[in-house]
Design a protein around this ligand. Structure first.
Ligand code: BES
Ligand code: ZN
Length: 871
């Protein structure tokens, strides 16, 4: 048996073909019982059957294997459940006959509270507290519900039967074929599924209402919501129907199941899960309330629905062969969700907003503790941590880069043939490259290997010398040092106008381009702006020499550049500043060029950069803090004056979102007028929750303003906000409040708020949204984390949510002493599920510390800041 212990994958001598699965959840006792008969193909000589199982009690007497041909029933001589490896080892006294047979097992388990495996979620129905039973199997938790070959490559069909209380709704991947009521119970049988992986199997049992529609080719789509709230499902329903039709066109393959159900689950660890035909969501990612949801909520619902439906093709129909290729699923679904959203709502300019995602990938991948997109996975425990910005955001960004290099049409055509070739099977990263290489004639495999098999990305430095542009690539690291990676970089550039374009592959360390080669007017060579990475489709940063940087600032001020390019220049400059390759003075001067900025995405990046700059100035030169604040307030007043507090009739989605962001920023920076106006509106909101004075888009701004104003002597605001939290039953409202509470400058209030997060008034899925703590509360939060670590680690310890506690509270620090203190604290408390995040967070603290050092030593900073503040 030893040969099966501590192995990354299951042995391959038995291949599952079909599962006949019966489950009986007991929602009162929070237990379940079940039985499974698995059609197996025995393909190698063996005395063993080894499959996955965890936290289940298997009845050894129930286990049998019957060979089809000889019709012989065999009982295992030993049945071992090895919890450490999550495997069930069945040993037989004779060799199993080659060929097909049926393995039968009876088992029991607990409907747990950990939001994985087969778990319970709680809700209120007619004023009564109820349990519902839900599954969440990705990445490797189907084994917590039934014994199975729990690997994505082991595809089989599933015939599921449920025994449930007769008054409840019971859903699974496929449509119901029969319901038989027997007293209080009913037996619900579902159609057999097509070939699929275990991580996509799903069951939901509870009280629900639904809204229904269908696609033009007759796929029935339903959104299941809390009883009485089916209306909140209508927006997502419409998005789903249109998205299914769009993907059918895009992938040239129709949706493969007869129905699609989407369900809002009150307790849910991730944002949503793409189970085949039965997609589960957090409430905030699926429900939309006409009265109380904000434009940002609408956008989130659209993106999440489009993402999960993309998986129905990319992930469910064609599945990664192993978790190393997880990024194929997640990176691709992320990319395609933007494509769908752009087609549904072009006015949202979602591809500009995509840059928010990209930059998160760039930030994580700028750490020495990053990892390659394709990452080796040797144990199920390691999978959770790779659902990160590398797989999702860098993954989506490199796909975008490739698509823009190959051209949209060629890309789509090759994709469709990839989907057709691998439908119902599994694929690896190189299979996708092969299809794209075939379709384009370009060396896709070589090009992309440089992006997916090594971590990091390049910064391309560019300078002008004697009418020539000189390029040089080196690996960018936020620490300021350089790594030794090298990439094949698709360089694009524009010169003086978007009409004058040039592109080439930078395959070596450096390259040169003669400017005259592509300029019609030679005089432009010395003055025209030159922007690399046009439209920011490439996953790299650009560092311009002083001369080129000045030309770009001029171009921004004169509004020659697109929003995506403005975003890129700003974002790269910020990253270079943090890595101490550019001065803060230069960054601030560049930011000043955005004083008439009105684009949503550019402004929201400007805002988040301004928070980080403020934090660093507060640590480095506290005397300058007031001036920096003043400068940022001035920077944001331009757009806030244009937008005002009142929504304008027929205004754009982006203006509605921008108003909220800008007012929130002004509240954060302590702008008095904003704080006063916010309080006034908040008071009337307290009297009447439907007051037109506080529409959903600006509520967060008002909440933040209220929290920035409260002090120990004035706790009223905080209490009132908590009252709103308790009285609303809309998750999105609760999230707006949770994410505002810790912006208070008062450490004693911060402590109160953090303790509130641990109370049973906050679902454990939501607590992480309350961890964005104000600068003033940083120490308090760290002490709180240490004091409560045992409880937190216990409660959130079984998934990726725990990593948020570490990164949110640790990363804002900016001193080497603190980095050591944090290391010391976690030395005895580290565990595999947080190891990578902890290293990354500590690296961030060190990067911040170096940045603070750099800023302290910067000459002329004070002069420039004061001048900018008073302009
Ligand atoms: N497959 C994931 C859900 C998931 C995440 C399962 C982590 C197990 C561990 C799903 O498709 C997903 O990516 N959901 C995202 C939302 C999406 C819009 C980025 C999420 O949960 O945040
Ligand atoms: Zn996904």
């Amino acid at each position: 048996m030893e040969q099966f212990i501590d192995q990354p994958r299951l042995p391959k001598f038995a291949v599952p073909k079909r599962y006949d699965l019966r489950l009986k959840p007991d929602l009162t006792a929070c237990k379940f019982s079940g039985s499974v008969s698995i059609d197996l193909d025995i393909v190698g000589h063996t005395n063993y059957i080894v499959l996955n199982a965890a936290e289940l009690s298997v009845d050894p007497g129930s286990v049998s294997f019957t060979n089809r041909n000889v019709s012989k029933l065999m009982k295992p001589s030993a049945t071992n459940l090895v919890e450490a490896d999550e495997i069930l080892v069945l040993e037989f006294s004779e060799t199993l006959p080659i060929g097909t047979g049926i393995l039968s097992i009876v088992f029991e388990g607990t409907l747990n509270k950990k939001m994985k495996g087969f778990y319970r979620s709680t809700y209120e129905h007619n004023g009564e507290k109820k349990n519902m039973a839900v599954t969440q199997f990705e990445p490797a938790d189907a084994r917590r519900c039934f014994p199975c070959w729990d690997e994505p490559a082991c595809k089989a069909t599933f015939k599921i039967t449920l025994d449930v209380p007769s008054e409840l709704v019971a859903l699974s991947n496929m449509p119901i074929i029969e319901e038989k009521v027997d007293g209080h119970l009913k037996k619900v049988s579902y159609q057999e599924s097509p070939l699929m992986s275990t991580y996509l199997v799903a069951v939901v049992v509870g009280f629900f209402d639904y809204a229904e529609d269908h696609t033009t080719d007759g796929v029935i789509v339903r959104v299941y919501c809390q009883v009485g709230k089916a209306n909140q499902g209508k927006f997502a329903l419409n998005v789903a129907v249109r998205t299914l039709e769009l993907y059918k066109e895009y992938f040239s393959v129709p949706y493969s199941l007869p129905k699609l159900d989407m369900v809002a689950i009150p307790d849910f660890a991730a944002g949503a899960m793409e189970n085949y035909g039965l997609v589960t969501y957090r409430e905030t990612a699926l429900l939309y309330d006409d009265q109380h949801s904000a434009a940002a909520n609408k956008q989130r619902v659209t993106i999440v629905v489009a993402h999960e439906l993309a998986h129905q093709w990319f992930g469910n129909l064609v599945t990664m062969e192993w978790w190393t290729h997880l990024w194929l699923n997640e990176g691709f679904a992320t990319w395609v969700s933007y494509l769908a959203t752009d087609s549904l709502f072009p006015e949202w300019k979602i591809w500009t907003q995509f840059l928010d995602d990209s930059t998160e990938g760039l930030k994580l991948d700028g750490l020495a503790e990053s990892h390659p997109i394709e990452v080796e996975i040797n144990h199920a425990r390691e999978i959770d941590e790779i659902f990160d910005a590398i797989s999702y955001k860098k993954g989506a960004s490199v796909i975008r880069m490739l698509q823009s290099y190959l051209g949209a049409e060629c890309f789509q055509r090759s994709l469709a043939s990839y989907i057709e070739r691998f439908a119902c099977f599994n694929a690896m990263t190189e299979d996708l490259w092969a299809a794209l290489e075939e379709g384009s004639g370009e060396p896709v495999n070589t090009l992309m290997n440089s992006w997916t098999k090594q971590k990091g990305y390049p910064v391309v430095s560019v300078r002008v010398k004697d009418q020539k542009l000189m390029f040089e690539q080196s690996q960018f690291l936020s620490s300021g040092s350089y790594g030794d990676g090298q990439w094949i970089v698709p360089i694009t550039l524009c010169c003086g106008s978007y009409e004058v374009r040039k592109s080439f592959l930078l395959q070596t360390k450096s390259g040169t381009l003669h400017i005259e080669e592509f300029l019609s007017d030679k005089s432009d060579a010395v003055s025209a702006w030159i922007k690399l990475n046009v439209d920011q489709t490439g996953f790299y940063r650009v560092k311009y020499d002083d001369n080129l940087a000045a030309r770009l600032i001029y171009a921004i001020e004169n509004k020659y550049l697109t929003a995506t390019d403005r975003f890129g220049i700003l974002d790269d400059s910020f990253a270079l500043c943090m890595a101490r390759q550019q001065s803060l003075t230069l960054l601030l001067t560049l930011m000043d060029a955005f004083r008439e900025e009105l684009d949503y995405t550019v402004l929201s990046n400007l805002i988040s950069i301004s928070y980080k700059v403020t934090r660093t100035v507060a640590d480095a030169v506290p005397d300058l803090l007031d001036y920096v604040n003043q400068f940022f307030i001035r920077l944001f007043l331009y757009s806030s004056d244009k937008l005002g507090w009142e929504p304008k009739q027929g205004e754009s989605h982006l203006d509605a979102m921008l108003r909220g962001e800008i007012l929130t920023a002004l509240a954060m920076f302590g702008d008095d007028l904003t704080l006063n106006e916010a309080s006034r509106r908040f008071l009337s909101f307290l009297d009447d929750r439907s007051t037109p004075l506080l529409p959903p888009d600006i509520r967060k701004a008002a909440y933040v303003a209220v929290m920035r104003r409260v002090s120990t002597s004035n706790r009223m605001g905080c209490e009132s906000l908590l009252r709103v939290y308790r009285e609303t039953d809309l998750s999105q409202e609760k999230m707006r409040i949770l994410s505002s509470l810790a912006s208070s400058p008062d450490p004693s209030i911060i402590l109160k708020v953090l303790n509130f997060l641990l109370s049973d008034e906050v679902r454990s899925q939501d607590a992480v949204f309350g961890l964005t703590v104000s600068r003033e509360g940083r120490e308090t939060a760290w002490k709180w984390l240490k004091d409560n670590w045992e409880h937190i680690s216990e409660t959130w310890g079984s998934g990726f949510l725990l990593t948020r506690f570490v990164s949110a509270i640790v990363s804002p620090f900016a001193s080497f002493e603190k980095a050591i203190e944090i290391e010391d604290f976690f030395e005895s408390r580290n565990k595999p599920s947080i190891a990578r995040t902890l290293k990354q967070s500590i690296e961030r603290v060190q990067i911040n510390a170096r940045w603070v050092d750099g800023v302290q030593n910067e000459e002329h900073l004070a002069d420039v800041v004061m001048e900018l503040a008073q302009r």
